[in-house]
Design a protein around this ligand. Structure first.
Ligand code: NDP
Ligand code: OXD
Length: 309
């Protein structure tokens, strides 16, 4: 089997090494040195060049080198009928939950307020509170949101989640669908956003939904930047409705130098690094899917292009 690799963000040699270690006869070709395009059975891509994937007449599977498939699905020239699978990398999941736990604990232990007090040389004592009194709400209870919710529950926070369909996670209250959104926001002191970008989630956090949170709520978004209406979040931060936002993802990346988020004292920015896919931990499932493809078995982690995730 021949696999073509394209990513401007990842080291192709490292990927090749891990893939070939598991399937020695796999013919890994690194874009643009692809030889005969007719040979390519599978494409492993992150932020590929739009239109490129229709150049391979015998392509049988597209592997999105990451969890979010919003970028790949925007390509109007995706070859019809070729299944798209995404990566569900155990290390990426753990790393994301670490980022969420770190941020939620920082909010819970009031680190943003202490940083501000330090800049002003103020001794500002804030008595720590019981985590069981802090209500965390996780938007998106899929692979990443589900794991983050479990990890937060282990820390004794009151955890709820919101998803499209109901979920049963021990100790985590489940809200779902349009009807569940407002009650979910109403009970959420710290909002964790781990939704995919789809036509239904674009602009979900706007003036109306941000106002549905209790006054002084904190937000962390590691899903996609398009989930938030930036102007509405800035207005909510300015009037105290939202006390702080930690943002890892943005509508435009890199975040433009003149964006108001950079200078906002209640915003913490990380440069889309909450979590990354590692070749070592992600290669086994790519090989598993290649074997499934070869044997005509059901593929794992298949994307539903109609749903957008
Ligand atoms: P999953 O597909 O496993 O989970 C998505 C979750 O979102 C599901 O629970 C789904 O509900 C829910 N959802 C989707 N649409 C809606 C909707 N309209 N209303 C309510 N809930 C909805 O994705 P992952 O957990 O693997 O990843 C989530 C996102 O995280 C990725 O799409 C990507 O954008 C982002 N990401 C960010 C990274 C970073 O470094 N910042 C790294 C990796 C991913 P249901 O379960 O009912 O279908
Ligand atoms: C992903 C990401 O979706 O890194 O994997 O954002």
């Amino acid at each position: 089997m021949a696999l073509m690799f394209f990513s401007e963000y990842d080291d192709p040699r490292e990927w090749k090494e891990h893939l070939v270690a598991l399937m020695p006869d796999l013919d890994v070709r690194i874009w643009p040195d692809l030889g005969r395009l007719e040979d390519i059975d599978c494409a492993l891509v992150w932020k590929h060049k739009p239109g490129d994937l229709k150049r391979y007449p015998n392509l049988k599977m597209i592997v999105n080198l990451g969890a979010g498939v919003d970028y790949i699905l925007t390509d109007p020239d995706l070859p019809r009928g070729v299944p798209i699978v995404r990566l569900v990398d155990p290390y990426l999941t753990k790393q994301m939950s670490d980022y969420i736990v770190l941020t939620v604990l920082a909010y819970h232990r009031r680190f943003p307020e202490f940083a501000r007090a330090q800049r002003e040389r103020r001794w500002q004592y804030i008595h720590p509170v019981d985590p069981a009194r802090t209500r965390v709400g996780v938007m998106g209870l899929g692979v990443l949101g589900g794991d983050a919710a479990r990890r937060l529950r282990e820390l004794d926070f009151q955890v709820a989640g919101w998803s499209r369909t109901p979920k049963a996670i021990d100790g985590v209250a489940s809200f779902h669908g349009a009807d569940g959104l407002m009650p979910f926001l109403d009970r959420t002191d710290i909002l964790v956003c781990l939704l995919p970008r789809t036509r239904d989630t674009d602009d979900l956090l706007d003036a109306r939904t941000l106002r549905a949170l209790p006054q002084g709520a904190r937000v962390v978004n590691a899903g996609r930047g398009h989930l938030i209406v930036d102007g509405d979040l800035i207005a909510a931060l300015d009037d105290g409705q939202i006390a702080h936002a930690t943002l890892d993802v943005f509508r435009t990346e890199p975040l433009p130098a003149d964006h108001p988020y950079w200078r906002h004292e209640r915003v913490t920015i990380t440069p889309h690094c909450a979590s990354v896919t590692l070749p070592r931990t992600a290669a086994p499932q790519i090989i598993d899917n290649l074997r499934r493809l070869r044997d005509g078995r059901k593929l794992l982690n298949r994307v539903d292009p109609a749903a957008g995730y």
